[in-house]
Each structure stands twice: as structure tokens, then as C-alpha cells.
Ligand binder design. Structure first.
Ligand code: S3P
Length: 186
């Protein structure tokens, strides 16, 4: 049974954590950022969890936290870029709510990520600044691996040349249509 739950997925820097709270405020729902819940509960940054305990440890916490949040109602939940790349997580998401994919091109993702200092270690580690082509290669290879998961979303919106407000309007219209114009649809 699907709850009144909208999950936002997409690659790093696709706008999930920016758009999520504004969308929640617009439709009068509550908001959680999955990564932020994990950081608050572990009192560690996502990056330090990766560095200190490894990705598998992070993914285990991610699934446990997602399972808990999937029982909520009337929430927008921004996922991490890799959350849906796991069939168990995808099952939890699709059985409890609707999944929206915020798509962004590799070029746009590069522009948004290149100066980010807290990007996950597996993207690029150490002080060596990758070249643009090295960065784009990494983004493309990750996107290729994840496309089959992202594209299982119920809805997809490209955020490349779309102002945040415009994207929020499009998403609010989806919520209106799916949850209020068709209340019996679940
Ligand atoms: C990850 C993306 C991050 C965070 C973690 C793993 C990924 O979230 O969950 O670093 O595997 O793409 P954002 O997409 O919010 O950066």
C-alpha cells in the first residue's frame, strides 16, 4: 500500500536536497533528507562514514534508515544518489510511495560537482584535482551503472536548465494530480 510519500532520486548534485524542502513546504508536507538523517543519528558526515567504515557499512545504515522513513505519511524524502542502486531499497521505495527522478546531464553535473569539497570519496579521493575529462568519465560510468535504477522512477524531470522554482511547480503539479485529484489512486 503506497503512502503519501514522494521519494526524490537522481545523481549527486541533481537538486534533490535543494528542491525537496521547498517542494515539501509548497505542498504542506514534511521533509527528510536521507543523508542528513544518517548524519544526525551517527553524528558523522557521510564522507567520514565512507572513509572510516567503508561503503558497505554506509549502505547498511542507509537501508535501515530508509526502511524507517518508508512508514511515514505526507513526506517528501530526498534520497542519496546511490540509494536506488539496490533492488532491496528500490522495493521498499516503490511499495511505499512514488519515485521521482531528477535527471541532470553529465556536463551539468560536472559544473555543480567540480568545486564541491564534501563530494563522496569514491568520486575522487586525495588532493589530486581530476581533469575535466577524468571527472566526466567517472560521472558517465556511474550514470551508466545507475540508469537502469533511476529509470524505474514513476516520473522523471530534467533539471539542467530548469530554475528551482519551475521544477518545484512541476513536481507540485504531479503531487496534486496523483494525491488529490485522484484520491482513490494508491
Ligand atoms: C552517494 C551520493 C550522496 C551520498 C553518498 C553516496 C552516491 O548523496 O548518499 O555520498 O552513491 O551517489 P547525494 O546524491 O545527495 O550527494
Amino acid at each position: 500500500m503506497k503512502n503519501n510519500l514522494i521519494y526524490l532520486t537522481g545523481f549527486m548534485a541533481s537538486g534533490k536536497s535543494t528542491i525537496g524542502p521547498i517542494l515539501a513546504n509548497t505542498v504542506g508536507w514534511n521533509f527528510y533528507d536521507l543523508d542528513k538523517v544518517i548524519e544526525d543519528e551517527t553524528n558523522k558526515s557521510v564522507r567520514s562514514i565512507f572513509e572510516e567504515f567503508g561503503e558497505n557499512y554506509f549502505r547498511d545504515i542507509e537501508t535501515k534508515t530508509l526502511t524507517r522513513l518508508s512508514e511515514l505519511q505526507n513526506h517528501i524524502i530526498s534520497l542519496g544518489g546511490g540509494t536506488v542502486a539496490n533492488n532491496n531499497n528500490l522495493e521498499i521505495i516503490k511499495s511505499s510511495g512514488y519515485l521521482i527522478y531528477l535527471e541532470s546531464s553529465p556536463e551539468e553535473t560536472y559544473k555543480r560537482l567540480r568545486f564541491k569539497r564534501d563530494r563522496p570519496a569514491f568520486l575522487f579521493d586525495g588532493d589530486e584535482e581530476p581533469t575535466k575529462s577524468e571527472f566526466l568519465e567517472k560521472i558517465n560510468s556511474l550514470l551508466d551503472k545507475r540508469a537502469k535504477f533511476y529509470n524505474q522512477a514513476d516520473f522523471k524531470i530534467n533539471t539542467d536548465n530548469c530554475m528551482v522554482g519551475k521544477t518545484v511547480d512541476k513536481l507540485a503539479a504531479i503531487i496534486q494530480k496523483e494525491f488529490y485529484d485522484k484520491p482513490d489512486k494508491r
